[in-house]
Design a binder for this molecule. Structure first.
Ligand SMILES: Nc1ncnc2c1ncn2[C@@H]1O[C@H](COP(=O)(O)OP(=O)(O)OP(=O)(O)O)[C@@H](O)[C@H]1O
Ligand SMILES: [Mg+2]
Length: 243
């Protein structure tokens, strides 16, 4: 579904990805972990074709991204739902308008049908009373849940989550983790979750990949990762500081 071969990316000569290889299978839930600044958010932006990369290849359903023009990229992006690390809601739009945007722009659904769908999505994230609020009136955790509702509204084939639970209280985290599992099962989406949070790693992953020094390291699955035989992975998930 998403194939990444020998991917290199730098920012002004600072090498972030240095020959990354990742296979993301259709219908599976893949989690990407790695220390702050290792390039996780960068990777998600590259997958969405939002930034160019230096070399290597990203293929979405066997189509190489670097061969696509902007129109083709926009077609591909419609397959995706994305929850950005910063939530990235439009400040001047209400919650309802933020979530409705993709349906307004890319479907012929009537305003009434769109409103019903938006309220359903808000219901799912337990925020039904926020429809008319502005993002500035929400807490950080509420913004994340609105971003979640926005990401799933178009029934995407692939959902990318950048730190969906970071900074949320344990109960809200569990709600989001359960939603990742139930909603994605319902819409049959392929999931990529970037997270540091152990509860999210353990609850939502089928496969876990660690990015370290610009390359991908395979790890044990969620059942065994806390006892990983790879010292890098073991130290990361157990929060052990190297001395
Ligand atoms: N637009 C940019 N311009 C210059 N450097 C950038 C840009 N975006 C990211 N970087 C650099 O690339 C590296 C990877 O950043 P990225 O945001 O992908 O890390 P991350 O793994 O998502 O970290 P975190 O866990 O803190 O979110 C960092 O060193 C960062 O400073
Ligand atoms: Mg990040």
């Amino acid at each position: 579904m998403i194939d990444i071969d020998n991917l290199y990316k730098d920012y002004n000569g600072q090498h972030v990805l240095k020959g990354l290889n990742i296979r993301i299978k259709e219908g599976r839930k893949t989690t990407i972990i790695g220390s702050s600044g290792c390039g996780k958010s960068t990777l998600l932006r590259l997958i969405l074709g939002l930034e160019p990369y230096n070399s290597g290849e990203i293929r979405i359903e066997d189509q190489p991204l670097h061969r696509m023009n902007e129109t083709q990229l926009n077609q591909i992006r419609l397959k995706f739902g994305m929850v950005f690390q910063s939530s990235a809601l439009f400040d001047s739009m209400t919650v309802g308008e933020n979530i409705a945007l993709v349906l307004k722009e890319h479907t012929k659904l009537t305003d009434g049908v769109i409103k019903t769908k938006v309220l359903e999505a808000l219901n799912l994230v337990e925020l039904r009373d926020t429809y008319y609020l502005l993002p500035s009136e929400l807490s950080g955790g509420m913004k994340k849940r609105v971003a979640f509702a926005r990401a799933i509204i178009g029934d995407p084939k692939i959902l990318l989550f950048d730190e969906p639970t970071t900074g949320l209280d344990p109960i809200t985290s569990t709600t989001i983790e359960d939603l990742i599992n139930t909603v994605t099962q319902k819409i049959g989406a392929t999931i990529v979750v970037v997270t540091h949070q152990i509860s999210t790693i353990l609850r939502t992953s089928e496969k876990i990949i660690m990015i370290h020094d610009g390359v991908a390291i395979k790890t044990e699955g969620p059942k065994k990762i806390m006892k990983s035989k790879n010292p890098l992975v073991y130290r990361f998930v157990n929060g052990i500081v190297e001395v």
